[in-house]
Design a protein around this ligand. Structure first.
Ligand SMILES: [Fe+2]
Length: 171
């Protein structure tokens, strides 16, 4: 991405930074603040809550999240994805979870003259993410509908370790 905007003929510029580390994505966004309408991260599959318009006018969110079934392990069926971690060995090939999907994205309003962002709001629709007040309400805050999730493997803490109820995987 060039720091020279003199040749720019587009109305808006969007940068998708596909990476794991939020600090890396944030550092990149600050480095190019004012030169893109939106710099947004992808890859973690987990929507972050740090959406903002940076001081130079670039909208930023370190990760958009995924479009898919959130009753999953980043979109994959829970059981095989979870057992891999408990056994510390590769198991069966992971398959996508096929429950009700949530659409995750971001809404950005830009200034026509400059292409810079005026505001940014997360967009999360359907599935396990809903907007308070129904479909007609503005995108101010979001609520995750919590449902109990059961771990398929019985969790056994090491001898002498007491796990508080709030940290139990059966919560
Ligand atoms: Fe990825």
């Amino acid at each position: 991405m060039s720091r020279d905007q003199s040749q720019c003929r587009v109305q808006a510029a969007v940068v998708d930074f596909h990476a794991e580390a939020s600090n890396e994505k944030m550092a990149f966004a600050h480095s190019f603040d004012g030169q893109a309408s939106l710099i947004v991260g992808t890859h973690t599959h987990c929507p972050s809550a740090d959406h903002q318009v940076l001081p130079g006018g670039t909208a930023f969110q370190s990760d958009l999240g995924m479009c898919g079934d959130y009753d999953s392990v980043i979109g994959m069926l829970k059981e095989p994805a979870t057992i891999r971690f408990w056994r510390k060995m590769p198991g069966e090939r992971l398959a996508p979870a096929e429950g009700v999907a949530t659409l995750c994205g971001v809404f950005v309003e830009t200034e026509d003259a400059t292409g810079l962002a005026k505001r940014i709001a997360p967009l999360r629709q359907g599935g396990r993410w809903v907007r308070p007040g129904g479909q007609g309400q503005p995108l101010r805050s979001l609520v995750l509908i919590r449902q109990p999730v059961r771990c398929p493997v019985r969790f056994r803490p090491a001898a002498g370790v007491r796990i508080p109820d709030s940290a139990s995987p059966d919560r």
